[in-house]
Design a protein. Structure first.
Length: 148
């Protein structure tokens, strides 16, 4: 499976979702003119990731750890809705893997981590991460990042 990468612009975030490293990063600012056009390809890619994770877990005894990192400086309300959908999709993937593991019993262990990084002085982004945690059923770790 190929990685999903989108270079940041003045209105869109940097995205590097790399299934080989199992690290998935989205960072920067998100206020695209057409939020659906920007995020729908990522949502489709996540559907393929789900299939890929399940296949790998069935074919290998090696465990998997997938880490999703969200690090925003700013996002508008339309982007916030899509971020919620992305996090919900990650939770759906986690649930699908658990269900497959329960049904098949022979899958390797798969773990998911979601990290919400925010500037240590950005209370809004910290609260946004906490609200995402409250709105979804998957654990989200919020972490303050010091200015460099």
């Amino acid at each position: 499976m190929k990685k999903f990468e989108s270079i940041a612009s003045t209105s869109t975030p940097y995205i590097n979702y790399d299934p080989e490293s199992r690290v998935y990063i989205i960072s920067g600012e998100s206020r695209p003119e057409d939020v659906e056009q920007f995020y729908d390809p990522l949502m489709s890619w996540l559907d393929q990731l789900q299939k890929n994770i399940i296949t790998q877990a069935q074919e290998s005894s090696e465990g998997q750890k997938h880490e999703f990192i969200f690090e925003f400086e700013y996002y508008n309300s339309a982007s916030g809705k899509y971020l919620y959908h992305i996090i919900s999709k990650i939770d759906d993937i986690r649930n699908a893997v658990e269900n497959q593991s329960y049904l098949n019993g022979n899958m390797s262990k798969v773990e998911f981590g979601i990290n919400w990084h925010h500037d240590e002085e950005d209370d809004f982004m910290q609260e946004a991460g906490e609200e995402m945690q409250d709105a979804t059923e998957i654990e989200i770790t919020t972490k303050a990042i010091e200015d460099e």
